[in-house]
Write a protein that binds this ligand. Sequence first.
Ligand code: PMP
Length: 391
Amino acid sequence: MENYISDRLKNVPKSFIREILKVAADEKIISFAGGLPNPKFFPVKEIQNACNKVLEEDGANALQYSTTEGYLPLREYIARRYKEKEGIDVSPEEIIITSGSQQGLDLIGKTFINDGENVLMEKPGYLGAIQAFSVYGPNFCDVTLEDDGVAIEELEEVMKNNKIKLFYTVPNFQNPSGITYSSEKREATAAAIKKQDILMVEDNPYGDLRFIGETVPSMKKYYDNTIILGSFSKIIAPSFRLGWIYAKKELIDKLVVAKQASDLHTNYFSQRIIYQYLLDNDMDKHIEKIIKAYGHQREAMIGSIEKYFPEEVKFTRPEGGMFLWVTLPENIKALDLFYKAIEENVAFVPGFPFYAKEKIENTFRLNYSNVDAQTIDIGIKRLADTIKKMM
Ligand code: PMP
């Protein structure tokens, strides 16, 4: 069968996380592996009301084909929110609704990446972006992520030695590391990439979920040639598969062509329901509840790590989002720890799939959004005991 498979797909890695989630699905296992929003905060009743209202008031239209760009009132809402929250002037014409921001990544690959072109990734970087871009055959370059953003000297070195087409970044509460770029690092990053005419992609699905510290302006403020990806997955619910791309109109026009070829348009019924939900409810109040719970769970996880983990183990302290990142002593492989931890009924994601180039083996990701504080303590204690045995 192998001879049927396109060259394009042959070298694309399978999502290791999806594989791990199958193992971690066992009910006995305390899982810090997934990247799931907490279902306690899915607004089921409100969505039910929105759904009924759409069907009652405009049923037949809501079930019809629609435009590739997406439902205009929803795009207007998103444009207004950029102005209100970030002070960025956005026209609805500069927004295209996508089937999750994951489709945004695919469309960006399809529209902008030629075979063999250099795409710069964070190290570690979002696995789903590595996978989505891989289909288009780029040559990945990478730059180390420090506690406050990418290492600037290293970035300058990479830029000196390579012609970069696109830089992909998750500057707020990054998946997998939880790291947020400081405003100084954003400015320095922009200054470094300005030397070449690079397209920056800011993927921001977690930006609204800040529990500590001050909001930092979008990369767009420092570097105009920036495309922003957004998503309703982490602030309302992921099953709708609703995200968006904000880009200059000339780029949106090309992304529209790419999207037509992919799926004609994003699920129109989903768009109508979410828009109705947004009309009838205060999303910011809803987000406050999520922030409160995740902030509490993040505190619990950091508290337990400080209590149980050996000192040699380092970890990040995210100001928002859903993940933190652990670095083991160099002689311990996270994959070995993973198999031992599964025997103790606790799961996480080893770090190696998050590296676009050279794989580092002693790191791993912990998710705290989907486990309550008490269970976090039990799971982190088990993990700590397993690490200690391996040391
Ligand atoms: N980008 C990042 C950084 C993510 O963490 C995720 C979700 N895991 C996505 C994009 C995709 O999200 P969605 O397609 O649900 O909007």
